[in-house]
Ligand binder design. Structure first.
Ligand SMILES: NC(=O)c1ccc[n+]([C@@H]2O[C@H](COP(=O)([O-])OP(=O)(O)OC[C@H]3O[C@@H](n4cnc5c(N)ncnc54)[C@H](O)[C@@H]3O)[C@@H](O)[C@H]2O)c1
Length: 346
């Protein structure tokens, strides 16, 4: 399959690009390289004959038309987005322009190329979205694909808007779309402003490990390579017009997650005195902080045959080891704007 991946230099997009190349697909990586886009994330496939890179901005419709005409992909996996909730609170404008207008531009550029090719049924426009569109859960229950949308942050509202646009292009124009809504990802190449890498790196540097509120917010964690596997299944086998929730039944309170990371580090890179847990501090909660997210992944498991390969404990162990082994990757990112100043809970 020839796949146009947007946001392929980001955290999840680069995992998709690496896995798609490994599985023999042709990949065109379209990315504008914002602070979150790093070509180092795809360095391992950059010289592969099936890989091409296009530096383009999804807010630029003319640039998208050029890329579609040049490559004529069989499928689009649309991941390019502004993705950090804390940044969306500080400055929502970029989220509206990239996540909503950018998705509209992608839909229109894809629709034009699909029409020019005679509207093939095999074409797919796959929109990669988040469980945050469903809002917040109480102590019980899971998000299913039928849960009404109830976004609370500028980030999740912009993703909900783009999901609605994608569904409208299916119902109105017949564009064969597929949507996936995933829980919090973690793993290698995760930008250091997000909770898990931030905790690992602050711990290693002897800094505070800041946790919002009392750390009681619950998130459902998925290892990024398992997510990439689910996404490649969905783009190939997903039914047009259908959405699939992706999650691994790995709900953890933030405080328990941070404790688990400290325990792994205590084992792998012990401090001189006491546990890394001693570095934990609690900070004023984020406004509109959703209490609990939990995904029901039954549809993608039963209909597409997807299963995650690791538990959160195994995935965290791999992730901590990756950060210990890859200081060359994260060291230059630590001084970038915003990385040291936000708490980064997903
Ligand atoms: N990280 C998670 O836990 C999570 C969970 C569920 C869904 N998602 C969704 O998955 C997608 C990828 O998330 P991520 O964590 O890899 O994000 P990321 O911030 O790591 O990467 C985003 C990528 O998009 C690129 N980009 C941003 N604006 C662009 C623009 N205007 N034009 C072209 N490229 C642009 C960036 O350069 C970057 O490479 C997003 O759509 C996000 O909403 C993320």
């Amino acid at each position: 399959m020839k796949i146009l991946v947007t946001g392929g230099a980001g955290f999840i997009g680069s995992a998709v690009v690496r896995l798609a190349i490994e599985r023999g697909h042709q990949v065109i990586n379209l990315d504008s390289l914002t602070y979150a886009g790093r070509l180092e994330n795809v360095a391992s496939v950059a010289d592969h004959p099936n890989y091409a890179f296009e530096q383009a901005d999804i807010r630029d419709r003319a640039a998208l038309t050029r890329v579609f005409e040049a490559h004529n992909p069989d499928a689009v996996m649309h991941l390019a987005a502004e993705s950090h909730v804390d940044r969306s609170i500080d400055g929502p404008g970029d989220f509206i322009e990239t996540n909503i207008t950018g998705t509209y531009n992608m839909l229109e550029a894809a629709r034009a190329q699909w029409a020019a090719n005679g509207r093939p049924e095999t074409f797919r426009f796959h929109h990669i979205s988040t469980d945050e569109v469903y809002g917040s859960l109480g102590d019980e229950g899971l998000f299913t694909e039928d849960t009404p949308y109830d976004p609370r942050s500028p980030y999740s509202a912009s993703k909900a808007s783009s999901d609605h646009l994608v569904r409208a292009w299916f119902h109105t124009y017949g564009l064969p779309v597929v949507l996936t809504n995933c829980s919090n990802n973690y793993g290698p190449y995760h930008f250091p402003e997000k909770l898990i890498p931030k905790v690992i790196l602050n711990a290693l540097h002897g800094k505070d490990l800041p946790i919002y509120g009392q750390g009681l917010n619950v998130r459902d964690w998925l290892y990024v390579e398992d997510h990439a596997d689910a996404l490649l299944l969905a783009v190939q086998k997903g039914e047009p017009g259908r959405s699939y929730n992706v999650g691994g039944h790995n709900e953890r309170r933030n405080i328990d997650l941070v404790h688990a990371i400290c325990d792994i580090l205590d084992d792998k890179r012990p401090r001189d005195n006491g546990s890394y847990r001693n570095q934990i501090t609690f900070v004023t909660d984020r406004p509109g902080h959703d209490a609990r997210y939990a995904i029901d992944p039954d549809r993608i498991m039963s209909e597409l045959g997807w299963t995650p390969s690791v538990t959160v404990e195994q995935g965290l162990e791999k992730t901590v080891q990756w950060y210990l082994d890859n200081a060359d990757w994260w060291q230059p990112l630590l001084n970038l704007e915003g990385v040291g100043t936000r708490v980064g809970s997903g």
